[in-house]
Design a protein. Structure first.
Lengths: 320, 305, 696
């Protein structure tokens, strides 16, 4: 009996949230853009290839076409220095960028939230130890972690599941992609730290509040208190932080690409396209403009969506 | 409270040593060495180099000697820049990154806090949307794009500021703005979220109910609790800023610590990397300690166990 | 219709935006790129590349460091500002022994260090010996290994002496080969060739080469185990470590220096301009040890001396009044900016904050815009090229036909159009910097190709031959299938190959282009693997990469040998795993040839031989691609971008400014020419008088 009640309550909570989300125009805008973006990135490259024959990595045959052309009807975003269609490259780069952002953020959410919540609630020695470990990982330069990870697990030593994943996404013969998956992993490893600190801070300030004490008194297990009572109450800052993690991870990826540790050519990411484009800002501004705009639009939408989700998931907002 | 601070201060030393050990292990795991070049060196020369730097000894000897020296705060000489000690390099380049970093963070705090508070107070108004959209813009433009755009406009088109290099106040303007943009955006969003969270809480309602005027409620109560996320962000952010930011330093050719650190990792300049890591880790831990202490002042509900 | 109007407007606005963007980018500006205003002070501001590693000349081996060290230290010879050939510096003139293994340098008597101490032959002896000291661990020491016993000293080896006091000679151990070279001409029975003044040291160093063995007991035992002859030879012998005093450098008198090489090396003079061979102050180094390069201690020997050094910011040098040539040094000083971010330095250049940049600094993408500024931009061929090395040890690339197929399937003309700063190349040595060698090579190639029933024109077609490439690949057992416009080669093991390269924007675009070419012409998609430089190096040096790796080579001196010698000897630095004693012998024969044209022909035979093996895939000759403001004169786009600074000056009269960078290599700048003539006159005089005595 009790179980069924809980399920009904649960669905109505999410249904409520969904309805509230739909009322928020900016969030809906963000949602629509993200859906379009994901669809475009997933099926766009194939459609483009079918209709125009452009791919992200093929250079034109003729010598005079191998230069950067401004936007035109044929190339709505222009071409890069090699005469490759920038639109195709932006679509393909989106796959990598969105995946980097998504996977790393999910890792950071799961690891960071549980880690921070446990540390904050347990307090005392355990908290101390856990937070000192976070401090230490903070202090180790992440480039070093990335270099070691890529060199130790790259090449012939690539784990099977990484190869499997990269083949599924990039098609056979694209070993280059396995490095990207290692990169996701490495970025996830370093991006949960801030999340853990934020959640711990929130839990610290919440754990002495009445509802926690009440739960404790009624005999709810520690696990239950942490994940049922405390974590949902930290959702606001967590979602904001998660939406902030996506851009920062994307930027980190771009920075690593710039150092030669990131995405493998001929693949590109929005970050690496923008990094290439910025070198030619004075001469071929479209090489920066379009990847940059696409990336900015995505991050914009993600954040509006994040804000909307927070407002929708946190019923207290309505009271205000 | 005092014993809490003391305990945390004392634990920093073994932790820093642990971080150094881990980093050292990582450097040793990474392929390549500091002396290799595109031309393969004759084995005799490689041996001379190894002998000169004590790399011919077994690894535990090397580790032991290094740790002994580090305990004495001697990180040795850089491998890449011969005749320059690591301490000297850090001391020489820290002021550059610190100047830019602190200025940028002050600017970011001013912009971020004011827009964040404004947005929270006028939630769902045009002010809110406008400032948050602006903050979003700050977050969405990577600084390696933002910097060159500023340079193109203000240095190469209007010739208002020098395009790069250290020297004088005008040269600071563009890098400081570039660096502060993303921090200002972070702070604005964190402030807004934190303020909204706090303004809903019971103690603010109590304060209001007691009839305190809105200004006192805001500045004395709401702000104190609302900027907790900003404070916990400030610790690592400021430590990172002091240690330099690679992109801005490269774009504006500033001789800061960040670029030197990245180069040291890429050059496998072990003593320099370890020295900067040690410095940085102690800095981060000190700042985090400061953050934890300030929690107590900002939010009376937090207790130090 | 009304409903659609806003959308039309949006489209119109979009295209308006696009046209604005493109008009901005193609707008033909003024004659010059950015601000052109000579600096107020007589100080040139130059972007030199990465931060200098060390101010100690033998220590560092990077180009950026070399540029600065050239200004601070003088050597026996200096680079010619245009051709980079050696011209007299502290050595006023020199003589070469008939067998080409000995040099006598006559030093000028007014050369001084920056602290006023005179520079004499002994200072060079000290500097050279110091460079080879094992404790200094110089990475450049190999450059001087041509000097007799220098390698043995540097590697910590020992002579072997029998109890009677006789040293064991190398030839005692050598197998008698049918092609044993006859004793060098002019060498008499006592070993001395009587070249230059006689001395005890001279008789020793000219004597037959002694055997050297590792000093380290374990290493020696290992070497002896491998070679029974060596084991027998060292039985019961004494070992005398090779000392600094034993290497082939001698101060004959205060102003005469003698160098003795193992074997003739006609390019050796050119090598002497390298910073490794420049003179350093013994007293200061002995006083301060490792700290001698600190700004408060440093004493230099060049046209300029150190004034300011703020690492990663600026290094300033000022004219040294004590320098022997100070009267002809035109700049008051130079500011070197250690930058390696291309966009940043282009910005500084455009804003007029720097006067010149180092090579390859103009991004390829800017080429179409920058090339119109002919007064500032130079695109001269360099003594450097880019190529892919092939790991010939592993299948499938151990098959020469496959290697040739891959080499032929790249359209180098298109590649050059894409990269702009790369000139198509099909050989090992760069095109356009060794004109005399190229003439000899064309001749040799024609003969060789005629033997194969082919012609020089056929050879030149190798720049792109997709049809032939597909044929070769099919012959090698990997049939290329044509379907429609595309090709495929399903049986080729793609996973065993890759293009491995170290991260750089230029390497990336070339690799992407080549990958696309092979996909298009052979139907093979070779995966790309980029890695950070230090991760890449061990793979390259140990020949551990799969298939293909990117490599570039900058010549150490102006001679094709600097490119061919990469593949010399079993432990060669070619990074391909290829070695052939026949090739080694061809190179040795060439260097023993005294007639330069004949020598070039022998080298050309060697190059032809190695190109038949296709162990590398040539991509292109590099070009200078750097800019200087038109008011900087006496500063040329020479093949290595290593300019002697004393020729450079700032011209304040706009009428005399550079108008065409292509012309300044030929253009006569009377002032610079007079300066060069004055310097070279002593050597010309020496050669003339020698020729006169020879006739007598």
């Amino acid at each position: 009996m009790e179980n069924r009640q809980e399920i009904i309550k649960g669905t109505s909570l999410w249904g409520d949230a969904w309805r509230r989300l739909l009322k928020n125009k900016l969030a809906v805008f963000g949602l629509i853009v993200m859906v379009i973006m994901i669809v475009a990135v997933v099926i766009g490259p194939s459609i483009l290839y079918w209709t125009t024959g452009f791919t992200a990595d093929a250079f034109p045959d003729s010598g005079d076409l191998i230069k950067s052309f401004p936007p035109s009807l044929m190339h709505p975003m222009g071409t890069d220095e090699g005469g490759r269609d920038l639109f195709a490259r932006v679509l393909q780069g989106g796959r990598i960028s969105l995946m980097v952002g998504l996977i790393s953020t999910v890792v950071s959410l799961f690891v960071g939230v549980s880690y921070g919540a446990i540390a904050g609630y347990m307090g005392g020695r355990i908290d101390n130890l856990m937070m000192r470990i976070v401090d230490m990982i903070y202090a180790i330069p992440y480039i070093l972690i990335v270099i070691v990870l890529l060199s130790v697990f790259g090449g012939q030593n690539t784990p099977g599941w990484v190869q499997f994943l990269s083949e599924k996404v990039g098609g056979a013969g694209n070993q280059g992609l396995s490095q990207i998956f290692l990169l996701f992993f490495a970025l996830g490893l370093v991006s949960w730290l801030t999340m853990a600190r934020v959640v711990r801070g929130q839990v610290l300030s919440l754990k002495h509040q009445e509802f926690v004490l009440a739960a404790k008194a009624t005999g709810v297990s520690t696990f239950g208190i942490i994940f049922r009572h405390l974590v949902p109450n930290t959702l606001g800052p967590v979602i904001v932080y998660a939406t902030l993690t996506v851009p920062s991870v994307m930027l980190t990826e771009a920075f690593l690409s710039y150092l030669g540790l990131g995405v493998q050519a001929p693949f590109a990411s929005w970050g690496s396209l923008a990094a290439d484009g910025v070198k030619n800002i004075a001469i071929f501004p479209w090489q920066l403009l379009f990847p940059g705009l696409t990336m900015a639009l995505t991050l914009f939408s993600l954040n509006f969506l994040g804000d909307g989700l927070r407002d929708a998931l946190d019923p207290q907002t309505r009271k205000f | 409270m005092l014993s809490f601070i003391l305990r945390r201060l004392l634990i920093i030393i073994p932790m820093a040593l642990l971080v150094i050990t881990l980093t050292w292990g990582l450097i040793r795991l990474a392929p390549g060495n500091f002396y290799s070049s595109e031309k393969k060196l004759p084995p005799a020369i490689e041996e001379n180099i190894k002998k000169k730097y004590g790399l011919d000894k077994p690894w535990y000897d090397q580790y032991g000697i290094m740790m002994l020296n580090i305990v004495k705060l001697d990180f040795g000489e850089s491998l890449k820049y011969q005749g320059q000690s690591v301490n000297e390099i850090i001391g020489r380049h820290l002021p550059y990154s610190a100047t830019i970093g602190i200025l940028a963070y002050i600017l970011a705090l001013i912009i971020g806090l004011s827009t964040g508070i404004l947005a929270a107070l006028k939630q769902n108004s045009i002010w809110d949307y406008g400032s948050m959209a602006l903050a979003m813009l700050g977050l969405s433009i990577p600084n390696f794009v933002f910097g060159p755009i500023l340079v193109s406009v203000f240095a190469l088109w209007l010739y208002l500021f020098p395009p790069a290099r250290w020297g004088g106040l005008p040269a600071l303007v563009l890098p400081v703005i570039t660096l502060s943009a993303i921090y200002a955006a972070y702070i604005a969003r964190l402030t807004r979220a934190g303020m909204l969270e706090v303004m809903r809480s019971d103690y603010i309602r109590t304060a209001r109910a007691k009839g305190l005027d809105e200004k006192t409620v805001l500045l004395k109560h709401a702000l104190r609790g609302g900027i907790i996320p900003v404070v916990s962000f400030t610790g690592p952010a400021l430590a990172g800023l002091l240690a330099g930011t690679v992109v801005v330093e490269r774009v504006f050719a500033i001789p800061g610590l960040g670029n030197i650190f990245i180069q040291s990792v890429l050059n496998r300049d072990e003593p320099l990397t370890l020295g900067i890591v040690a410095f940085l880790s102690i800095l981060i831990m000190l700042f985090n300690l400061a953050v934890d202490i300030s929690y107590g002042f900002l939010d009376p509900r937090i207790r130090f166990d | 219709m009304k409903v659609r109007q806003p959308r039309l407007k949006a489209i119109a606005a979009y295209f308006a935006l696009c046209s604005i963007i493109s008009s901005c980018s193609t707008s033909a500006g003024s004659r010059y790129f950015g601000q052109v205003e000579p600096p107020s002070k007589n100080i040139m501001r130059y972007v030199s590349g990465g931060e200098i590693e060390s101010l100690d000349p033998p220590i560092t081996n990077s180009q950026p460091d070399a540029r600065i060290l050239i200004s601070l230290f003088d050597g026996l010879v200096e680079y010619h500002p245009k051709t980079m050939e050696p011209i007299p510096a502290i050595a006023e003139s020199w003589e070469t022994s008939p067998d080409g293994t000995e040099y006598l340098f006559h030093l000028r008597k007014n050369a001084k260090f920056s602290n006023g101490d005179p520079i004499a032959a002994n200072d060079f002896v000290y500097s050279f010996r110091r460079g080879f000291t094992p404790e200094l661990a110089s990475r450049n020491a190999y450059l001087g290994y041509y000097i007799k016993y220098s390698e043995a000293f540097n590697a910590g080896r020992s002579f072997v002496k029998d109890p009677s006091g006789q040293f064991v000679l190398k030839k005692d151990l050598a197998e008698k080969k049918p092609h044993e070279p006859s004793p060098a001409p002019g060498a008499s029975s006592d070993g001395s060739d009587h070249f230059g003044p006689d001395s005890e040291f001279h008789r020793y160093i000219d004597g037959p080469e002694r055997l050297t063995v590792p000093t380290d007991k374990k290493e020696l035992a290992a070497a002896a185990d491998k070679d029974p002859k060596l084991k027998a030879a060292i039985q019961g012998k004494q070992f005398v470590p090779v000392m600094a005093e034993d290497i082939g450098v001698e101060a004959v008198d205060d102003y005469t220096l003698r160098l003795k090489l193992y074997q003739p090396a006609p390019f050796f003079l050119g090598l002497l301009a390298h910073q490794f061979f420049r003179v350093v102050p013994q007293k200061v180094i002995e006083k301060y040890g490792n700290n001698w390069t600190r700004i408060e201690n440093i004493v230099t020997s060049g046209a300029f001396k150190l004034a300011v050094h703020r690492p990663y910011d600026v290094l300033t040098v000022v004219r040294d009044p004590n320098n022997w040539d100070a009267a002809n040094v035109k700049l008051d000083g130079i500011e070197f900016y250690p930058l390696d971010e291309q966009t940043t330095m282009m910005n500084l250049y455009k804003a007029g904050s720097v006067d010149a940049l180092y090579n390859h600094t103009v991004p390829a993408a800017w080429f179409d815009t920058i090339k119109q500024y002919t007064a500032e931009y130079s695109l001269q061929p360099e003594v450097a090229d880019e190529f892919y090395v092939i790991n010939v040890k592993k299948p499938p690339m151990n098959n020469v036909k496959i290697r040739q197929a891959f080499a032929l399937a790249i359209d180098r003309i298109s590649l050059a159009e894409f990269r702009k700063t790369l000139k198509p190349l099909i050989d090992m040595t760069p095109e356009g910097v060794f004109p005399k060698y190229e003439t000899a090579r064309d001749k040799v190639y024609s003969e060789e190709l005629a033997k194969q029933g082919s012609s020089l024109a056929d050879w030149k077609a190798r720049v792109f031959e997709p049809e032939k490439a597909r044929k070769l690949l099919s012959e090698a057992g990997f049939p290329v299938i044509k379907n429609g416009d595309n090709y495929s080669c399903p049986s080729f093991p793609v996973d065993k190959t890759s293009i491995t390269y170290n991260t750089a924007e230029s390497n990336k675009s070339v690799a992407e282009f080549v990958q696309a070419q092979w996909k298009q012409n052979l139907g093979i998609t070779v995966p790309l693997k980029n890695m950070e430089f230090r991760t890449f190096l061990p793979l390259l040096n140990k020949v551990d990469y799969d298939g293909i790796a990117r490599r570039g080579w900058v010549g150490d001196y102006m001679d094709p040998y600097t490119f061919l010698s990469l593949y010399y000897s079993e432990s060669n630095e070619g990074a391909t795993g290829w070695w052939d004693p026949k090739f080694d012998k061809m190179l040795d024969d060439a260097n023993k040839t005294t007639d330069p044209q004949k020598r070039f022909e022998t080298l050309a035979h060697a190059e032809f031989y190695i190109m038949q093996q296709q162990i590398i895939i040539p991509l292109g000759t590099n070009t200078t691609s750097w800019m200087k403001k038109p008011y900087i004169k006496g500063f040329y786009p020479n093949p290595g971008t290593l300019q002697p600074w004393k020729f450079a000056y700032i011209e304040r009269d706009p009428n005399k400014w550079t108008t065409d960078m292509d012309m300044i290599m030929k253009d006569e700048d009377p002032e610079v020419n007079a300066q060069i003539d004055r310097l070279t006159s002593t050597q010309t005089e020496m050669e003339r008088s020698k020729a006169a005595t020879a006739v007598k």
